[in-house]
Each structure stands twice: as C-alpha cells, then as structure tokens.
Design a protein around this ligand. Structure first.
Ligand code: ADP
Length: 536
C-alpha cells in the first residue's frame, strides 16, 4: 500500500467505501422489507381464513357454505375440507391450485413450496360446531329448523331464563329438552345461551340457542394459501439486478475517483514541478502558476507564491545589506590603506606621518562604530532570546539619559518625564533606542535649536517621544528612513551616520511589543514616537 500512488489510493478507498455502503444499505433494506412483508402476509392470511370460517354452518344437518365465503380474495386461495364418516379429510370445495396435505395444521401459517421453488404460506382453521340454534313449534313441540355453527365468541355466556309455557303446547324446559335430545347433547354438558318465545303472526315458535363442547357433527376446516412474500420476490429480482449492476457501479466509481484524483494530483504535480524548477534555477522571482478554479489547490499555490515573495524580499534585502555593509567598510579601509602607504613612503616627514596615523585612527574608530552598530542590529533581529528582560523603571532610565546627554550646536534638551512608569525591558536596548533618537535630533538639529523628550503612560500603553526643531525630513523619505543604510539626502546629512540607527530603533521597539513612528515637516522639525503596548 505504501508504494501505491496517491491517485490509486484515493480511487481504492472511494471504491471500497462505495461498495461497503451500497452492500450494507441494500442488505439492510432487503432484510427489513422481508421481515415486515412476511409478518403482514401472515397476518392477512390468518384474518382472511378466520373470516371465511365464520361463513360455514350446518343447516338442518347439511353442511352449508354461505355466499359470503370467498374462494379467492386479495391473492389468497381458499379450500374447505370435511371429514367423512370413515375419518379421512375430503376437500369439498375450493380454489387452491396445488395438492397439499389434506390434514389440518392448526396453529400458525406454515411455509410450503408446492412448485417451482415458489414459496407459499398455508393456514388452516378447524371448525368446531359447538353452537346450536333450534326453532321448535310451541304448540306441537316439532323441530322446524336447526343450525350448528362455530362459537369461538367468548361473549356467548349461559343465560338465566324463566319457564314460559305455551297454552296447550310445550314450555321452555320441554323445548330445551327437545333441542338437546335432537342434538345428542345432555343438560350437563350444554350451556343454554338463549331461550325465547317470540310472537309470530302465523306460528308460535320457541327459539333455543346453546353451546356444547362435545362434537355432534363431522369436523370441517378452512385452508387459506398465499404467496409467501410477493414483495420479497420483487426484491429478489431487484437483488439479482443489483448483484449484476453493482460491479458496474463499483467500476464506474473507481474510474471516476481515479480520474478525479488524477486531475487534482496533476495540479499538485504542476505546483511541485514549478517549485522544483524555481529551486533548480535558484530564481526566486518566478511564481507558481496553476490553472483551474478558486479551490484548495490554487490556495496552496497562492501560499507558495506569497512565501516566495517574502523569501525574495528577504534575500534581496540581505543581499543589499551585505553589499551596503561591504561598501561602508571599503571606504575607511581604502583610506587606511592610502594613509599607510603615504606614512611608509620615504618622502613623508614626521608630522605628515603623524597626520596619517591620526587619519588611520579616525577611520578605525569609524569602522569600529559601524561594526558594533551592525552587531547590535543583527542581535536585535535575532529576537528576544538573546536579551534579559525585567520590569524596570523606564522613567528613571529616561531621565538619567536626558540629564547626562551632552548636546552640541548649543541645542537645548528639554524633558518632561512622568515618574514611576515601569516597562518589562532590557535597559541596554532602551538606552540605545533613546540615545539614538536624541543623537539624531542633535545631528539633524539646527544651531541653538531645541529637543523635547516626553514620557507618558496611558491605559494600555507607554509613549516615548523625541521631538526636534531641526531640518525635518521630506515626505517621500519618511517611509524609507527605517531601512538599513538609508540616509535621506546624504549631502545634507552628517557623514558620521551609517543609516543604521533608526532600523535598530524600530527593531528594539518591536522587541518590546511596541512600534516606532515619525511625523516630520521638512525644514521645521521631526517628531519620533515609540509606543510600547503593555502585555496582558
Ligand atoms: P543615520 O546614522 O544616518 O542617522 P538613521 O537610521 O539614524 O541613520 O537615520 C536615517 C535617516 O533618517 C538619516 O540619514 C536622516 O536623513 C533621517 N533622520 C533621522 N533622524 C532625523 C531627525 N531627527 N531629523 C531629520 N532627519 C532625520
């Protein structure tokens, strides 16, 4: 699996997933439908057979199937079986198209496969003729009509009756005796359900109804037969169709997933090819191009491109930095070299040699300052890890710097520092920051000018400001002065500066969770503000 391509993996997983989901859902669907339809079919069969059984009676000793008896209804076939005098069951009527066992199977529907493996259920209801209805002539005691049916109705409870006698005829007791005797029942086993003498216009007739558990007529049973599961047989066909179609679906799903994965991976491949060619050609100005919509892949390409953008800017500024640094070092080195050659020449007298050494010393000082400025900046850019931070009194530190600062050009340094302002800081770095800003204000200040240093605290920030009424900065230069080695209009500037001071100020501000800003009016003065945000 490890060596299989990503495209193939996606295709395989998708196919497996689709196959599993299809199989589980289809099997579940078929199983549930089968259980439900089987239960419904059995229930339908039982109630239809029981309903039909109610339509069979013995009338005047003759078995009679009522007109309401249905031999075929809602897919169910019915037969009626009667036990002959020899004790064997004979089918008396019915429409069941198969030969099934002619013995009754009382209880639950039974499954059978009479032909072609098609499954059926049959259900038998044995009829117990235990309810008797007699009509007896009240005058002569003659039986006019009698019926026997099944009494599975529990409501048939024995009734209390009072003895009524017909004038010159028989009474209730006699009517009952006549009926029981005719049915071959005894008073002990029979339960009288109803005895009455309703008034008829032409004849007076006793109606006697009783139940008796002893059978007096040959048994009958009704059989119903129904297709075991019509829905299942449909489902069977569907299942077979699915079994044939499913592999086709799986192949289609696999092909679809593979093509989709291939299409997606093609764009990823194009990204990795572009990245490789950028890497091989070492050309950071190239950008990754991907065709297609606005999706995750183009997002990935955009992310790569913005990373390249940043890398390019960072490499270019590093290159610029190295070239600027070498340039700055080359000038003093060239001067030192020239002065050394001059001092070593036989023409140079003592005072000329001394002059050369003074110049070499100055250039060495300049180089030392440049190297230490570069070192400070590099350290500051490496982050907070190199420095120890502690909560210290910024007010005291700032006041101390302002108090001891020796300005030039008769410039006045005014300071307004709110006391007790504390900051989580590295005192050396903050000293560097403030001295840099004051020294710039002095360097770019006018004769007899002023410098104002302010330190205030607001809710969530501390603001340190250094303002001067010096030469000011041109609007165009304002965003550039924070860059390394940038000197605005170097002809106006004092040659002592390297253009690294403000870059360092900005880094120090960032290291202290702050930011440095400048406002300036060219010719009128500048105001540098460092805002430190208190950490929450
Ligand atoms: P430099 O060593 O040249 O002073 P900085 O990084 O400190 O380098 O400053 C960059 C440039 O910003 C300076 O060359 C100067 O042109 C301008 N600048 C800085 N501070 C001031 C100021 N207070 N007034 C006028 N211009 C300033």
């Amino acid at each position: 699996m490890k060596n299989i391509s990503f495209k193939l993996k996606i295709a395989l997983w998708t196919t497996l997933l689709i196959t599993a989901v299809c199989t589980v859902s289809i099997t579940g669907l078929i199983a549930t439908s089968h259980v439900m339809t089987t239960r419904e079919t059995k229930q339908r069969l039982i109630s239809a057979v029981e309903r039909n059984a109610d339509e069979i009676e013995y009338k005047n000793g003759i078995l009679e199937i009522e007109n309401d008896f249905l031999f075929y209804s809602e897919g169910i076939y019915f037969d009626v079986y009667h036990m002959d005098n020899g004790g064997s069951w004979q089918c008396v009527d019915g429409k069941i198209p198969f030969n099934l066992s002619s013995n009754p199977n009382n209880g639950q529907p039974v499954k059978c496969t009479p032909e072609n493996e098609t499954e059926y259920y049959f259900y038998d209801v044995l009829i117990n003729f235990n309810k008797y209805e007699y009509e007896i002539d009240a005058f002569s005691g003659q039986i006019i009509k009698y019926e026997a049916g099944s009494a599975h109705d529990a409501a048939l409870t024995p009734k209390e009756y009072s003895v009524i006698s017909f004038q010159n005829g028989i009474d209730t007791e006699q009517a009952i005796e006549i009926a029981l005797e005719h049915a071959g029942a005894s008073k002990e086993t029979a339960k009288i359900v109803n005895v009455e003498l309703p008034g008829y216009s032409d004849r007076q007739v006793f109606s006697v109804e009783f139940t008796d558990s002893a059978p007096h007529y040959n048994s009958v049973f009704v059989r119903g037969l129904v297709l075991a599961n019509p829905v299942t047989s449909v489902l069977g066909t569907v299942t077979k169709a699915i079994i044939y179609i499913l592999p086709l679906f799986v192949i289609l799903a696999a092909a679809g997933a593979y093509l989709l994965a291939k299409k997606t991976m093609k764009r990823v491949e194009s990204i990795s090819n572009s990245a490789r060619s950028i890497n091989d050609g070492k050309d950071l100005s190239q950008r990754i191009k991907v065709e297609g919509g606005n999706d995750e892949i183009s997002d990935l390409a955009d992310t790569f491109n913005s990373m390249l953008e940043r890398l390019q800017t960072s490499f270019e500024s590093e290159k610029q930095f190295t070239s600027d640094a070498s340039h700055e070092l080359r000038t003093p080195l060239a001067v030192i070299k020239a002065e050394c050659e001059y001092a070593m020449s036989p023409n140079a007298d003592g005072s000329e040699k001394e002059e050369a050494f003074v110049s070499i010393n100055e250039q060495t000082d300049k180089m030392t300052r440049l190297v230490s400025a570069l070192l400070s900046l590099t350290r500051a850019e490496q982050g907070t890890k190199r420095f120890r931070f502690e909560l210290s009194d910024l007010s005291a530190l700032s006041a101390d710097i302002c108090r001891s600062y020796k300005t030039e050009k008769n410039i006045q340094l005014h300071y307004n520092i709110n006391s007790g302002i504390h900051l989580d800081m590295n005192a050396d770095l903050i000293r560097h920051l403030l001295e840099n800003l004051i020294s710039n204000a002095v360097r770019y200040g006018k004769e007899r000018g002023n410098i104002w240093v302010n330190l205030t605290e607001e809710d969530d920030k501390i603001i340190l400001g250094v303002k001067d009424d010096g030469i000011g900065i041109k609007e165009d230069d304002l965003p550039k002065i924070w860059g390394r080695f940038y000197r605005a209009d170097s002809s106006r500037s004092n040659s002592e500066g390297f253009g690294l001071g403000l870059a360092l100020v900005e880094r120090i501000a960032v290291l202290h969770n702050g930011k440095a800003e400048v406002k300036s009016v060219f010719g009128e003065g500048s105001e540098f503000t460092v805002t430190f945000f208190k950490k929450v």
